[in-house]
Design a protein around this ligand. Sequence first.
Ligand SMILES: O=C[C@H](O)COP(=O)(O)O
Length: 261
Amino acid sequence: MASPEARTPLMAGNWKMNLNHLEAIAHVQKLAFGLSDKDFDAVEVAVLPPFTDLRSVQTLVDGDKLKIRYGAQDISAHDDGAYTGEVSGPMLAKLNCTYVVVGHSERRQYHGEAEESCNAKVKAAYRHGLTPILCVGEPLDVRKAGGHIAHTLAQLDGALKDVPAEHVASIVVAYEPVWAIGTGEVATPENAQEVCAAIRGRLAELYDRPLSEGVRVQYGGSVKAGNVAAIMAQPDVDGALVGGAALNAEEFVKIVRFRDQ
Ligand SMILES: O=C[C@H](O)COP(=O)(O)O
């Protein structure tokens, strides 16, 4: 059974709709300059730029043999066809993306994504060898009413419907309480631990304990260098999905080096 130590922390920077492809190159170069082999041995580092940046990031990562991984912020549930504006799994796979975010709260809020769509996108990712970073988490009113665990686990159940264990074994789940995203209001380490542990527990129920012990569960929501260490000290938190603070290369390097903070 995998112990918390066996789960390599994943620090992923979700740039959202920020940084064009030229800025992306400069940003990834700064990250590469700031991080050492020692950092990459201890922590997996990923960037999640806008679609238009991915080819530039791929070229830089390949050309300079960087250890930084990258991925997309969304994926179409369909593999090809008349779906204007969408980007498919085969396209992302061709760009050697490792990760793809599925079900980010901003997609749920502004694009009406719900369980069925997240489920289809998780399956689309696995069809093409991409690892989903599945985002789940409750809005403020649900938290205030004490329904945060039930709400989050229902999102998890829905997104994983009929997804086989051999796939889920590699998934990353990001617990992102909506009230903590971009607000500066970070969940307490105990808040994060409570829900991340519940997610792991549900994975054990849906699949089995060894699988659940191997899955990485991230926390996301106003993570920065100053608060990351306390969150990462929680036994069921295996990394962070970082928004705003990931746009500053120096800050993101410090987040990767959470053990020094
Ligand atoms: O995907 C990242 C999250 O939405 C967190 O964003 P934030 O760090 O700006 O709060």
